[in-house]
Design a protein around this ligand. Sequence first.
Ligand SMILES: *[C@@H]1O[C@H](CO)[C@@H](O)[C@H](O)[C@H]1NC(C)=O
Ligand SMILES: *[C@@H]1O[C@H](CO)[C@@H](O)[C@H](O)[C@H]1NC(C)=O
Ligand SMILES: *[C@@H]1O[C@H](CO)[C@@H](O)[C@H](O)[C@H]1NC(C)=O
Ligand SMILES: *[C@@H]1O[C@H](CO)[C@@H](O)[C@H](O)[C@H]1NC(C)=O
Ligand SMILES: *[C@@H]1O[C@H](CO)[C@@H](O)[C@H](O)[C@H]1NC(C)=O
Length: 567
Amino acid sequence: MTNIVWCNIAIFLLASLFLTDNALVLEALHHAPNRIKDQPYRTGYHFQPPKNWMNGPMIYKGIYHLFYQWYPNGVVTDFNKIVWGHATSTDLINWTPHSPAIKPSRPSDINGCWSGSVTILPNGKPVILYTGNDRNNHQVQNLARPKNLSDPYLRHWTKSPANPLVTPNAVNHINSTAFRDPTTAWLGRNGRWRVITGSQEGRRGLALLHTSRDFTSWKQSTKPLHYNDGTGMWECPDFFPVARFNPQGLDTSSFGESIKHVLKVSLSETSHDYYTIGTYDRMRDVYVPDDGFVQDGTAPRYDYGKFYASKTFYDSVYRRRILWGWVNESSPVKDNVDKGWAGLQAIPRKVWLDESGKRLMLWPVKEIERLRAKQVKLENKVLEGGGSVLDVHGVTASQADVEVFFKVTGLEEADVIEPGWTDPQLICSQNKTASSGLGPFGLMVLASKNLEEYTSVYLRIFKARQNSKDHVVVMCSDQSRSSLEKGNDKTPFGAFLDISPYQPISLRTLIDNSIVESFVGKGKTCITSRVYPKLAIGKNAHLFAFNNGSQNVDVLSLSAWSMKSSL
Ligand SMILES: *[C@@H]1O[C@H](CO)[C@@H](O)[C@H](O)[C@H]1NC(C)=O
Ligand SMILES: *[C@@H]1O[C@H](CO)[C@@H](O)[C@H](O)[C@H]1NC(C)=O
Ligand SMILES: *[C@@H]1O[C@H](CO)[C@@H](O)[C@H](O)[C@H]1NC(C)=O
Ligand SMILES: *[C@@H]1O[C@H](CO)[C@@H](O)[C@H](O)[C@H]1NC(C)=O
Ligand SMILES: *[C@@H]1O[C@H](CO)[C@@H](O)[C@H](O)[C@H]1NC(C)=O
């Protein structure tokens, strides 16, 4: 296997490595056998089907569809056997499994049905464009249509007899092992469809552009939509419009004065998703990032923890754009084999453009709040400087939703940040013991009673310079103490935050047994961690707020809800 990690794989398999019938396997998985259901790391309300490398989600006749890359035969994927897993939902939380929507069967996809996207045509009919790994292990683009449009679940798909629609060849010079992941198509100038695919030429990453009148006959554009040198392969590109000063989502073909565009690519070399905000020039059919944005590893990320191969879709019913992202395991393969599954989807997040126009905001879809059960609420508590811990009891701390508002005082007491501390992840790992007047303060989640184990999600505030009123705020999600078990990847994650410490700072954390998703500033910055505690499991998990800085920090309010499991 090379370093290829196409758009979100996550594997997931079960008890029976011997079952050969996909449908059977799916059945077994979704009605997870007790062996899996009773596992401590199995999540309660995250989408966790077989395996996911997620593919084009969509909504059709009021039903949400999630297609995801799935390897039916084991927890360690064989990319030549990937199928399109399929599940549907009416609320994005409870899911009904179906048999795979697309499986390898033709010369144009016999070595794998890889990522792609759904486009809803103007007549309301959905179509899938997906990458096939063909019999020569060349990557080609294929089309599939629903077999029966009256079936609201769209369980069966028919591959186009014209497949493959686009192939790498001597004329177009497309790299045949780096040509994949078609996006949702949009209608551009002159009424033609446009779609981009990710590619690589040497060290250059590319979003190749293709146009079509009829969705079947595609012509490669002379110029890519965008490219950048030195990045390596662009996987799972996503290109979509966002409105200025309006959190509502837009259909992918929307265009106009007050609309910006977002280009996201998954860099296979770093395993992270990066986006830029810019302008789509419809005349020249190119995308130009705004000043300050470069489409490489310096661009902002949707999530500064584990989150890859993500994809958005437009929810026309609630007029919002929703992001799905794949979160893999941090445990060794051996543990995944024992568990029988690997990988899951982050809670779907609504995406919109921040008022500044310089960042996207991401927030868990509101439907997730329906799973909130018992609430515990604390108000106006002081976390005194010098090391204090507040036990938040009364919630199921292994499966919870927590939202807290902190107010810091004594900002003038913050330490000046060291000039060399330019990498937030290093500040959260190597530089974490350095003292600071302000913080670390935040939450300890999935904690054992006596703190042998905990995952800390916290903030630290520094002065940008001596005698300056500017501050640098760092967010960390630190799993270095998350489990007594060795062997897991426990690298702490960190991000700089574009928020004012003079205002209350909000932190929301979704905890689900082995995943911790945190959002600061109402969705300005997110970090997702995977952890596998040995003690802090089920009823033995605890939740604490803490302050290890020298200055007091006020908890204006803290709400914690036990979360029910989804179906
Ligand atoms: C199409 O789906 C509808 C609704 O599920 C069903 O009643 C009908 O029998 C299906 N048609 C065929 C040809 O399968
Ligand atoms: C083609 O893509 C592969 C990755 O699959 C990469 O290693 C190789 O350098 C690319 N070839 C060229 C000529 O760009
Ligand atoms: C999967 O997890 C491993 C271990 O934590 C990590 O090194 C790798 O980057 C992850 N891959 C992706 C695509 O997130
Ligand atoms: C902080 O991290 C940097 C970068 O790794 C390292 O060079 C430096 O020694 C660290 N400083 C402290 C005080 O830990
Ligand atoms: C707080 O400080 C104590 C004492 O230095 C340390 O043991 C503990 O790990 C710190 N807590 C966090 C969450 O960083």
